[in-house]
Design a protein around this ligand. Structure first.
Ligand code: FES
Length: 337
């Protein structure tokens, strides 16, 4: 399950001084494995200064094209994004996990609302056959906006907003209530099937709040937060009613790993990897969902969860990078997803 494939970098396109589009060649043998739906992401693994770093990046290419591409913006102190934007060269090979993610395109009339590198999954959606697509795209300045040339060549209704400069025919400021209200005057948001939001948490919260306030149903608003967070802050404390020592069983690819774990010790993901399990993970920050598994016996407590829906949690799905056992026996199955 935790499979990485060596993919060759076939092209690096400098998009802005701090952002690149990286294209990987997809050979005939892995063509089916790397088939994806617009909106999905891949996880890249690379050793940097002796540390195993993993980060997830949304695919920005057309799902029907023969190769796959990601867009990467350099984040200050971001180890992986600095490597990918400054050191990677055409011809290098990278370890890439096949596409994952449930932030996928549905509907015929769609609004994509994004900021910064949040454009990447939205761009992939724009390249597919959607009959009516509206883009609302925020950036600090014009020269920091990724994929502007590509967007301008597409027949998509686009609105741009810049927070740090005045640009003719564009909004000035962040993508917020005022911008959305203004756009809603010319297009009726209530006539659209789905809203795809991708960018910083604050933008997503504000946009969601606005859409709900004009009576867009909650189930039509879908969002993805991880693309802007190269560094995840792990500041939350786990609150426990009592500390138990649990008999934990972790199942992956039919193999079982059994060990004891206290609820105030490491997470299920980290502890099982110490036991020798080869488990999938990427952000370790509750956003990418790569470490998802199902609890089939007992209970766990998650420290944070930014990616599983309430329904998934009710069905027993967990983010193992955030989970601690709280019953005397816990069985977690990675094969049940
Ligand atoms: S590794 Fe990303 S949510 Fe757990």
């Amino acid at each position: 399950m935790n499979n990485f494939y060596q993919l060759k970098v076939s092209k690096i396109n400098q998009l802005t001084p701090d952002a690149v589009e990286i294209t990987f060649s997809i050979s005939e043998e892995v063509k089916d494995i790397f088939r994806f739906q617009a909106g999905q992401y891949v996880t890249i693994k690379h050793e940097i200064n002796g540390e195993d770093i993993r980060r997830s990046y949304s695919l920005c290419s057309n799902p029907n094209s023969t190769n796959i591409s990601i867009g990467v913006k350099r984040i200050e102190n971001g180890k992986m994004s600095t490597f990918l934007t400054r050191e990677l060269e055409v011809g290098n090979y990278l370890s890439v996990m096949p596409p994952l993610g449930s932030f996928v395109l549905n509907g015929d009339r769609v609004v994509g609302i994004c900021a910064g590198s949040g454009i990447t999954p939205i761009l992939s959606m724009m390249k597919t056959e959607v009959s009516d697509f509206v883009l609302i795209y925020g950036n600090k300045k014009r020269d920091s906006a990724m994929f502007l040339d590509d967007i301008n060549k597409m027949s998509v209704k686009s609105y741009f907003s810049y927070s740090r400069e005045n640009v003719p025919n564009c909004f000035h400021g962040r993508v917020n209530n005022d911008v959305l209200k203004e756009i809603h005057r010319s297009i009726n948001f209530l006539e659209f099937d789905y809203f795809y939001l991708c960018g910083p948490n604050e933008m997503i919260s504000n946009v969601e709040e606005y859409l709900l306030s004009i009576n867009v149903p909650k189930n039509k608003i879908l969002f993805e937060k991880f693309t802007s967070d190269d560094i995840i802050q792990d500041s939350e404390e786990l609150s426990l009613d009592e500390v138990v020592t649990s008999d934990v069983t972790v199942i992956i690819d039919g193999d079982e790993f059994e060990y004891q774990l206290s609820s105030d010790a490491e997470t299920i993901l980290d502890s099982a990897m110490e036991e020798g399990a080869d488990l999938p993970f990427s952000c370790k920050g509750a956003v990418c969902c790569v470490c998802k598994a199902k609890v089939i016996e007992g209970k766990v407590k998650m420290k944070q969860n930014f990616s599983l829906s309430e329904e998934e949690v009710d069905e027993g799905y967990i983010l193992t990078c955030q989970s601690h056992p709280i019953t005397e026996k816990v069985v977690v199955d990675y094969d049940e997803i």
